[in-house]
Write a protein that binds this ligand. Structure first.
Ligand code: GDP
Ligand code: MG
Length: 368
């Protein structure tokens, strides 16, 4: 198996590593995405979505990203707004029955009973015995949700010096590998150098998937043989990042459930080996949650956030979810900041989470 290396540098093994078994130390010069450096590329290429033209940095065009967020939230907004608008259109005054119906509509977004109850109570105390207009509801809900979700630390915490190590964890199919590709794209388009560690050694397809993305992003990638120790891959990736003075090292991991204690322990091992190479690592442990899983994403967050020492959430597949309100209880129950949201399958379909834009997109009735 080859080490994807756009700079043509050889990576060297580290004799101090107790976890270097099964790692391929060879290096290839980077091939273009259409190259045939890796067997299995053809099938992998069919699995991953073709990247579209690389857009300008999203920070340079917040309007465009907000539009992307709004369109990704359409499924949630549609369900939500249809019911709520019907309720409000009837011209009823706010009473207990009205508030109960409002509450039922709110929890359909999977925002959770706490936030839905709070919005209901706030509406009750402000508008009881009066007619409620949509603008009043949006204004109140915006305030309530913004209070719950206020977070200081939206973006990645970078290491003060040396490479920043980011571990990515979650259940199978949540969107980990795709989110890593998106993060790598985000960082490389900011001029940062990225090394990827293909730590999902369970599935050959996962390694191939990440290899294809790495080729497209121009990132180096460290891979192990199928079934090899993922901690050894993490070790070598961190080591390569350090040797090459890369800015960021992102380590993929195999999907696992919080109930699989041996696999959860393995995450601890991955943490420890990266810390051996780079003090303070991992600087971020990002839990990727599938927004289409709604409340199930919450139970995933519960186990993982404790066992893996998660520092933030990537909420993937918001575009395919009618339960986009789920970011709210994730923030409320776990105090984990939602750092990024996935808005599609392409490498540019990732946005930094912005509470105000999120609430705006969730409650904006104007585009209906
Ligand atoms: P992993 O098993 O956690 O690594 O999950 P993958 O990254 O392989 O993703 C599983 C599936 O979800 C793939 O088909 C991805 O294309 C898809 N996916 C990942 N993120 C998103 C997203 O933000 N939106 C959509 N629509 N699909 C996504
Ligand atoms: Mg994967």
């Amino acid at each position: 198996m080859a080490l994807w290396n756009p700079f043509g540098k050889k990576s060297t093994s580290n004799d101090e590593s107790s976890a270097s078994e099964g790692i391929d130390q060879s290096a290839d010069t980077k091939q273009p995405a259409s190259g045939s450096a890796n067997s299995g590329d053809e099938s992998t290429r069919e699995e991953v979505a073709e990247p579209t033209t690389v857009p300008a940095s999203e920070t340079a065009k917040p309007q465009g990203m907000f539009a992307g967020l709004k369109s990704a939230m359409q499924k949630t907004v549609k369900l939500f707004n249809t019911d709520i608008r019907d309720l409000i259109k009837e011209g009823r005054v706010v009473d207990d029955a009205f508030l109960d119906e409002l509450y039922t509509d709110l929890i359909k977004t999977d925002m959770g009973v706490g936030p839905a109850g709070k919005i209901r109570d706030d509406i009750g105390s402000k508008f009881r015995a009066r007619k409620l207009f949509m603008e009043d509801l949006v204004e109140t809900a915006r305030g309530t949700i913004s209070d719950i979700m206020r977070q200081d630390d939206g973006e990645i915490h970078f290491a003060e010096s040396g490479p920043t190590v980011i571990m990515v964890v979650g259940v199978n199919g949540a969107g980990k590998t795709t989110s890593i590709a998106k993060l790598a794209h985000r960082f490389t388009s900011q001029g940062k150098t990225v090394v990827l560690g293909a730590g999902d050694t369970f599935r050959a397809a996962a390694v191939e998937q990440l290899t294809v993305w790495a080729g497209r992003m121009g990132c180096e990638i460290v891979k192990g043989r199928q079934g090899s120790d993922p901690a050894s891959v993490a070790y070598q990736a961190a080591d390569l990042a350090k040797k090459n003075s890369a800015d960021i090292c992102i380590v993929d991991t195999a999907g696992r459930l919080q109930t699989q204690s041996n696999l959860m322990d393995e995450l601890g091992k991955i943490r420890r080996v990266t810390e051996k190479v780079i003090p303070g690592a991992p600087h971020e442990v990002l839990l990727v949650l599938d927004a289409t899983a709604g409340q199930n994403a919450i139970s995933q967050a519960r186990g993982f956030s404790e066992a893996a020492g998660c520092t933030g959430v990537v909420l993937a597949k918001l575009d395919g979810s009618a339960k986009g309100g789920v970011a709210i209880p994730i923030r409320q129950e776990f105090g984990l900041p939602v750092k990024f949201i996935g808005l599609g399958e392409t490498h540019d379909a990732l946005a930094a989470f912005d509470v105000n834009q999120y609430v705006e997109a969730l409650f904006d009735p104007l585009d209906q």
